[in-house]
Design a binder for this molecule. Structure first.
Ligand code: HEM
Ligand code: HEM
Length: 175
């Protein structure tokens, strides 16, 4: 057992699994033209994009319940007020966007959502104007999420390479 605060194993697994899913979700749409040659067309690209997106949404809700029961470790020193405010606000906004991005993805379409080719979630019927609104929201919020993640990762690397404290290890090492 290490002598610095740590996230639970469950929290670590969820954190790194979300990273993998987010990267795949982004890569699928950013390189859709190239990838569609290998994956047998645009249908598969969007089937995977939407299914990964739904998984991220569900995992995020699960993450909330875990935080509620287990709490989060106090990783940053108490006297580093600015660092604490910055890192906690970025984490908070990441959570908000992990909900907004998949929700807007679902709401922007008048067609039912096919999850993994097995479950069909019916679309919500509304005027076209709203679909367009959620479409813009999906694009805009996904890029904002990407910016937040870049800041978040830069912060983690800053702690590891510059301050040389144990912040990164709190999310990495085995308990
Ligand atoms: C966290 C999860 C998600 C992320 C990070 C994400 C991200 C993105 C990004 C970056 C784009 C490209 C935007 C552009 O054209 O500039 C996109 C497009 C799209 N996303 Fe998502 N998405 C997620 C979840 C979902 C979900 C759950 C659905 C549907 C249920 C969905 C449906 C779509 C569709 C249909 C497009 C194509 C839009 C177009 O062609 O203009 N996405 N998404
Ligand atoms: C290379 C990529 C990443 C690194 C090095 C990294 C590193 C870390 C570290 C060290 C912490 C603990 C910091 C603290 O408690 O102040 C943390 C927490 C967190 N990270 Fe990341 N992260 C990465 C990617 C991601 C991604 C892709 C997401 C979301 C999609 C994410 C979301 C979060 C959230 C929400 C927290 C708060 C803790 C929690 O509630 O589980 N991170 N990350």
């Amino acid at each position: 057992m290490q002598n610095y605060p740590q996230y639970s194993n469950k929290q670590k697994w969820i954190h790194w699994l979300t990273l993998i899913l987010i990267v795949l979700t982004f890569l699928l749409v950013l390189f859709k033209v190239t990838l569609s040659h290998y994956l047998g067309g645009m249908f598969t690209i969007y089937l995977l994009h939407k299914s990964f997106g739904v998984l991220i949404f569900v995992i995020t809700l699960w993450r909330f319940t875990i935080i509620k029961t287990e709490g989060v470790p106090n990783v940053l020193p108490k006297n580093q007020k600015l660092q604490r405010i910055l890192s906690k606000s970025i984490q908070g906004f990441i959570y908000i966007f992990l909900i907004i991005v998949p929700m807007s993805g679902y709401l922007m379409s008048s067609r039912s959502l096919n999850f993994g080719g097995i479950i069909s979630i019916p679309a919500i019927d509304m005027p076209n104007m709203f679909y367009d609104f959620f479409h813009i929201m999906h694009k805009f919020s996904s890029y904002l999420l990407a910016i937040l993640l870049i800041l978040h990762i830069a912060g983690a690397l800053y702690h590891y390479f510059w301050i040389k404290d144990k912040v990164l290890q709190s999310m990495l090492s085995r308990n």
